[in-house]
Every structure is written in structure tokens, then in C-alpha cells.
Design a protein around this ligand. Sequence first.
Ligand SMILES: Nc1nc2c(ncn2[C@@H]2O[C@H](COP(=O)(O)OP(=O)(O)O)[C@@H](O)[C@H]2O)c(=O)[nH]1
Ligand SMILES: [Mg+2]
Length: 408
Amino acid sequence: MDLPAEELVDKVALYAAFTGITKPSSDDMFFLVVGKTGSGKSTFISQCTGKNVDIGHSLRSCTQSIEVFDFHWLGRHIFLIDTPGFNDSNRSDAEILEALASGLSASYANKVRIHGVVFLHPISDTRMSGSSLRNIDMMKAVCGFARYDNLAIVTTMWPRLPQQNDEHDRLESLSKLESRYNELRTNDRFFGGLLRQGAEVFKYGADSAGKVVTHLVYQALMHPITALRIQHEIVDQHKPLSETAAGLVIGTDISQRMADDEELVASLSTTDSTDLTHKATEHLENCKKEMEILEKSLHDMHRDGKSRWEESKVKIDAMLDHELEKADQELLDVQSSKHRSITLTDDFEERYSHILCLKEKVSNIRAAQERFARYKGHMINGAINGLAAGLTGGIIAAAATGLACNIM
Ligand SMILES: Nc1nc2c(ncn2[C@@H]2O[C@H](COP(=O)(O)OP(=O)(O)O)[C@@H](O)[C@H]2O)c(=O)[nH]1
Ligand SMILES: [Mg+2]
């Protein structure tokens, strides 16, 4: 079983691959996985990787930041980049865009290419909710492809098992879902235009995650992507987030909300609605904070990322030290027979295998520390690319913070 410390360093290694700190091989492929919270991103990734991805069964969004997963398929090393959905209850769209843009810019600056995009959409959405539309708009703004051959739209949440006793109801609900599916495929406000521009649509369940990945691998070989629009805008054109297509979508929305709040505050100032004034003022402050995030340039994200990395580095080191100390102590106790259960059973074989197990644990943590020290060196010295290393630091820092919460 993997130790938390090892998992942590594995995460660092996957981020290092995505952001080009360690050079990927020319056969490696990187796919973005996007869609609103609860659309089934983690479930899809779990099916691909066979690994335990944090699948959200509550309203809380599990992926607070970008997370990277990997597996082998068709003889290639495939990386899936799990992204947080826009219009989420936990984080503002500006924060989500910043996380996405920092990761994608670092990656592009270090010559790692995105090979395709998986967009998940729950067919169970009875009508197109605001968050579904927002996520479609943001995907288009972030990618900005001339053609969408490298996009797989995966509809999720199709009914699973047929219920024999309510066949009539099942057929009726299926036929409703099918007509919704057809509307999604034909209406340009949804996926119509994207499909005409080369995107492919899948039904998750009837179509496996492997089929989707296979499609994207072949598309990537036939239609390689040079850059996503947001990567080009930030890295090549030096635009701040607010001037990118994705930043403009969010910025317009924030400006509208600010105008509404200002109007509300002005109308309330002469009345006695203290609570409402307080709420509107607080909301206005949050909007201003979001606007400040959008003002960030590549340089600002680099600086912030670097300082977050410095903080997280200390935290990760402390976690590794703590784990090693605990395992060392446990080993000492067992070796000196202080461990009660072992003394009581007095079973030589059991004791011997326990000692071996603990020795392996200690050596695994030491190996994790060594691996981490190597990545740390790259980040600190900017050995590969000073600019991107700082950005990567920010992303790893975000991941490390999330992991620290899980572990402690
Ligand atoms: N019925 C059904 N449930 C699903 C499907 N995909 C995901 N879920 C469930 O929907 C919830 C949210 O899925 P998750 O993968 O965490 O979504 P994420 O927020 O996009 O990562 C979880 O409870 C999943 O078990 C699907 O295709 N069909
Ligand atoms: Mg998830």
C-alpha cells in the first residue's frame, strides 16, 4: 500500500511531468478533463487509470485545483489533467481560471503540449443550467480551436440497469433523454457548432472511457494541437488574464454583478436595511477581489506561485520528516519488543515479518524524501526554466495544500 508521503511525492512527480519540469517522452499525451462539478470527471478518470480518484458524493467539489493522473494506453503514457468546474460553490470563477491558466502556461512555456480535451456533460440536466452553459463557454474560450477534432464530448449519467418491472417508465424516460441528446447535438448554443467543427460525442456507459481515449489518441496523431488559445494569449502575447478570451467572459460577468450591487447599495443607503447593505457591500468586495485576480499577468502568477511553493515546500518536508520519525520509532519499539501485541503472542514469524514491513516503510519514506529533494532542487534553482518553475511551484503548492488536508 502506498504511504501518504509517497503519494504526495507521486503527485509532485505528475505535476512536474505536466508542467515540463521533467521532460515527457515524445509519445506521451496530455488530455484536459473539463466539465462542471458533479459531471463525472473523477469517475471517468478512475475508469481510465484504475486508481482511486476522489469521487465526490457530496456537494463539495473534490478537485479544488488542477490534479494530474496517469496510465498506460495503446503503448503510450497518458496524462489526464483533472480541472475544477466553473460556476462552483467553493471557489470563484476568477480563482479557477487562475489555477487553470497558471498550469497551462507553465506547461506550454516548458514545451509540453495538450493533445486533446474531454468535456463531460450530465445528460440528467433537465434543462441547460447556468453552470452547464458557463462551462461550455469557458471551454471554448480556453481552447479557442479553429476546429474541434481534438474534443470529445462525453455525456454522462445515462440510466444504468434496466428495471424489468417499470419497462414503460424506463422507455419513456429514455426517449426523453434521447431527445435531449439530439437537441444537445444540434443546437449551436450547446454542442451543435462544435460537432460540425470536428468534435465527437459519446454516451458514457454505452461507450467506455477507453473508447474515448482511443479516439483522442488517434485524433491527436492526425490533427496535432500547437497551443490552446489561453496558452498563446498568456505566454506568447503577454496578456493579463483579464484580456484573454476566458478572462473576458468572467470579467463581463463580474462587472455586471458589481453594477447590480452598486445599484442596490445606492438604493439602500437612505433606508434602514443594514443587513442587506452589509451583504451587498461584502459581495461588492468579493467582486473586487475577483477583478484583482483577473489583472494578473504571467509575471504576477509566477511571483505568487513561487511564494506559495516556498510555503508548501516547508509543509511537505515537515510531513515527510514526521512520517519518518513515526515509522522509525515504531521499528525501534518492535525491535526492542516493546510492542505489546507482539510480546504477548510471542510469535517469531509474525514479529519478523512486522519488522521487515516497517523497514520497508522507513526505506520508502527515505526514497520519497530523496525524490522530493530532487524536484525541490529544480524548482528552487529554476534549473530547466526559471519562469515556468515558479509557476509550477504555485500549482504544486495548491496540490500540496489539498493533500495536506487529506492526510492530516
Ligand atoms: N449514474 C451515474 N452516476 C455517475 C456517473 N458519473 C459519475 N457519477 C456519480 O456522480 C457523482 C459525481 O461524480 P464525480 O466523478 O465526482 O464528478 P466530478 O465532480 O466531475 O469529478 C458521483 O457520485 C459519481 O458516482 C454516470 O455516468 N452515471
Ligand atoms: Mg472530481
